[in-house]
Each structure stands twice: as structure tokens, then as C-alpha cells.
Write a protein that binds this ligand. Structure first.
Ligand code: MLT
Length: 244
């Protein structure tokens, strides 16, 4: 029988729910895993994308309502982590546990905001390829299987440029979630690729230190996209976190 408890996994930028394929399959015996495409992404490309982390979080809550799901185990990768932190702030009673994967709690720096504007302008001009050119080199270590890299690039090129622009603006304007961390009162795992240069282990260590009931897992042999590059290790860390 399929498990009733739900694990909701939120994808990062410039991706969609396909990045969680390994975890959806690998955790199916202990959770009903929902790894949705956010509005404006992947299979939901025709829906208007959320304009802020709160808007994206509210849209996810509405989807859970529609499925009759109340509280969930919640996980997010990178931009998905920003969404998850917004979701927990808005709907704390709906979060059973938290997994923060290759993400950070802080807001963008001034230079970071400028970088968002530059990338958004590039995407307006040349399309999703600009996001792929910027992000693909940061996703994996040199040891990655080339087929996996090509597949990941395909996911990136698949995203509507207007949605990627909306993601960038939502990330640029997201609030600092650092003050919320000490108030997180559910079991939390913070997972990070050992050589993640986008959201480095120092960020993960700081989050784990600030969240009372948390555990830090550093995944060796992974850069930013650890749920894909070291899929089995990330699945195992989530399984341990979920008590499987
Ligand atoms: C992501 O991987 O979702 C984004 O690169 C995160 C970010 O740019 O802050």
C-alpha cells in the first residue's frame, strides 16, 4: 500500500521537478513523494510563475489543499530552499520536518542583486540558454557522467524564459530568512555538496548551527546539484532524516 505521509520536494533554478527523479523513486516506500513543477515551469509552463517566494509558497499550499494534504515533510533545493523557508514562515503548522539542500538562508547581497538583473536582461535577449550557460558549469564536479550533464542542460533549456526571469526577480527580492532559523522547531536536515560553490558548505554549517533540532550532512563528490550528482547519498540522507 502506498504510504499516506507526504514528502514535498521543491526544485531549484533553472530546473523543474525532474531533478528529483531519484528521490521520488528511492523514497516511495516510506513517503508519497510530490515533486511538482512550479507554476511556469516544466509541465506547468503555461501557468503564470510566482513573483515572490511567498507567492510560490502560497501556490504550493493551494495545491496541497486541492489534494486534501495538510501537513508535509518539506524539502527544497537551492531556490526551492528559499521557497521552503517562506512556506515554513507562512504555514508552520503544515511542516512536519524540513530538508534544506544546497541552499542558504540569507538574502542576496547588492552584487548578487545586480547579477540577477544582468542575467534577466540576458535571458530577455537570448532566452533560457543564458541561464544554462551560467548554471550548468556550477552544478556538477568534473567527474559527472556526461549523459547526466546533457540531460540536465535539456531541463534548463526547456524552461520558458519569462518564468526564469520571474525566478530571478523573486530570488533577488527575497527576504533574509536568517532571523527565522532559531524558531524552526521541527527536525531538520541540512544537506550540501562538499564542493558546492553556489551555496557553499559554510552557508549550510551556519544554517545547521542556527536551527535547534538539525543535522548537517556534507555530500562528498558533489557540487551544487547534489540530489542529481550523488543521488543515492542524498536519498539516503533524506531516508535517515525521515526515519526510514
Ligand atoms: C538555484 O540553484 O536554485 C539558484 O542558483 C540559487 C541562486 O541562484 O540563489
Amino acid at each position: 500500500m502506498a504510504p499516506e505521509a507526504v514528502l514535498l520536494l521543491v526544485h531549484g533554478f533553472p530546473l523543474d521537478g525532474r531533478m528529483w527523479e531519484a528521490q521520488v523513486e528511492g523514497l516511495a516506500d516510506i513517503r508519497r513523494v510530490i515533486a511538482p513543477d512550479l507554476d511556469g515551469h516544466g509541465s506547468r509552463r503555461d501557468d503564470a510563475p510566482g513573483r515572490s517566494m511567498d507567492e510560490i509558497a502560497r501556490a504550493l499550499a493551494a495545491r496541497l489543499d486541492a489534494e486534501g494534504v495538510d501537513a508535509v515533510d518539506l524539502g527544497g533545493f537551492s531556490m526551492g530552499g528559499y521557497v521552503v523557508l517562506a512556506f515554513r514562515r507562512l504555514f508552520p503548522e503544515r511542516v512536519r520536518s524540513l530538508a534544506l539542500i544546497d541552499t542558504r538562508a540569507g538574502a542576496d547581497s547588492d552584487a548578487g542583486r545586480e547579477g540577477r538583473n544582468t542575467m534577466a536582461a540576458g535571458i530577455r535577449e537570448r532566452g533560457a540558454v543564458v541561464a544554462a550557460e551560467a548554471m550548468l558549469p556550477k552544478m556538477f564536479t568534473d567527474a559527472i557522467d556526461q549523459d547526466v550533464k546533457v540531460e540536465t542542460e535539456r531541463w534548463m533549456l526547456d524552461q520558458p524564459p519569462a518564468s526564469l526571469e520571474a525566478d530571478l526577480m523573486a530570488m533577488r527580492d527575497r527576504p533574509d530568512s536568517t532571523p527565522d532559523l532559531p524558531g524552526i522547531d521541527v527536525p531538520t536536515v541540512v544537506i550540501v555538496g562538499a564542493v558546492d560553490a553556489v551555496t557553499p558548505p559554510s552557508e549550510a554549517e551556519a544554517m545547521a548551527a542556527a536551527i535547534p533540532n538539525s543535522k548537517l550532512v556534507v555530500v562528498s563528490g558533489a557540487a551544487h546539484l547534489s540530489p542529481v550528482e550523488r543521488a543515492a547519498d542524498v536519498t539516503a540522507a533524506l531516508r535517515a532524516h525521515l526515519g526510514g
